[in-house]
Design a protein around this ligand. Structure first.
Ligand SMILES: [Zn+2]
Length: 330
């Protein structure tokens, strides 16, 4: 993911150990918020476990950096596919070949597609997506020696995948009546630093080649939603191209988690996997907490993430798709 706010982040990174103290304070705040602001549980989202989602995040990280072409990437693809099949989804892989300027080689990317078909005859097809690759370089790391090594991507990659798999499990148990396509995009994060080139390659390939097979009516992308200090705001691209969906989602999410879904637009654009769909006129939003100092560093590890954040986002997303189904039926 790439955005147009790098300068602010550079400035933030200079106060790193202030941040460490801050992180401890945040953790205390997180315990406090859990005790005094319990998340509303609905009939639909009951059963979504942040703890289980966090285990899925840790499992992905245990493979190592999921850089396309690596053994860790192959192992993680098998893991995601296995989890989706266990839940009962129909799973397909979509391979594509590109020249990666960052890796200076041809690489094969693999999108993983899981289809959940409910009983409803409705033609509505909701997409829920995340990227499953991790960045081949840590170009924002404070230590120059570490900048050419790949990252583990606990938040930037694994968090979205973890929430998606746990959502799929809960939705299939609750017998959600509609159809949902779960999309796991590869090669989101091998873009060139300081440029808009070569980001989001998996989602771009999918949007170019597969929309006739999967006529998606709307979508929600999940990226970097495991941050301990969660705060999600709408970015400008989706505000402009999917205003109704953005408004509906935030209205729904604010009912269950108003402290975490802030209805205050970010003043900038974030380029992420929702963009190729927006370009084709499909309403698609991106749930992302970009305020994450570990972004594209070797510190993007599970200890910077929280099961609670995964639970907040997962439950809000489940409520939203059920609520939308009700609306669609009327
Ligand atoms: Zn990234």
């Amino acid at each position: 993911m790439k955005n147009e706010k790098r300068k602010i982040i550079n400035e933030r990174k200079s106060g790193k150990h202030i941040y460490r103290i801050g992180r401890f304070m945040c953790f205390c705040g997180f315990l406090f918020s859990w005790a005094f602001h319990p998340l509303s549980v609905s009939a639909e989202n009951d059963g979504f476990s942040g703890k289980r989602a966090f285990e899925l995040l840790q499992r992905q990280c245990s493979f190592g950096p999921r850089v396309p072409g690596s053994p860790a990437s192959a192992a993680c693809a098998n893991f995601i596919e296995h989890e989706l099949k266990e839940i009962g989804l129909t799973v397909k892989r979509q391979n594509f070949r590109v020249y990666s300027q960052l890796m200076k080689s041809d690489v094969t990317g693999t999108n993983i597609i899981g289809l959940y078909s409910g009983d409803s005859p409705s033609t509505d097809l909701v997409a829920l997506s995340a990227h499953w690759d991790s960045r081949p370089v840590a170009d924002r790391d404070a230590d120059a020696q570490l900048r050419f090594q790949p990252i583990i991507g606990a938040n930037d990659g694994a968090s979205g995948v973890a929430v998606l798999i746990e959502i799929a499990r809960v939705i299939s148990k609750r017998r959600y009546p509609g159809r949902i396509i779960f999309l796991f995009f590869d090669l989101e994060d091998a873009g060139l630093p300081g440029s808009l080139e070569q980001w989001c390659l998996g989602s771009t390939y999918f949007a170019e080649h597969s929309l006739h097979d999967y006529p998606i009516t709307m979508g929600v992308n999940f990226d970097m939603i495991g941050d301990r200090n969660l705060r999600i705001q709408p970015e400008q691209m989706m505000m402009k191209h999917a205003p109704e969906l953005t408004r509906d989602f935030w209205r729904s999410a604010q009912k269950s988690a108003p402290r975490y879904f802030i209805d205050e637009p970010l003043p900038y654009v974030i380029h992420d996997d929702h963009e190729p769909f927006l370009r084709r006129g499909i309403p698609y939003i991106d749930l992302i907490d970009f305020d994450y100092p570990e972004w594209h560093t070797q510190e993007d590890t599970p200890d910077a993430c929280s099961p609670w954040s995964l639970e907040i986002v997962g439950k809000a997303a489940i409520d939203f798709v059920f609520h939308r189904m009700e609306k669609f039926k009327k």
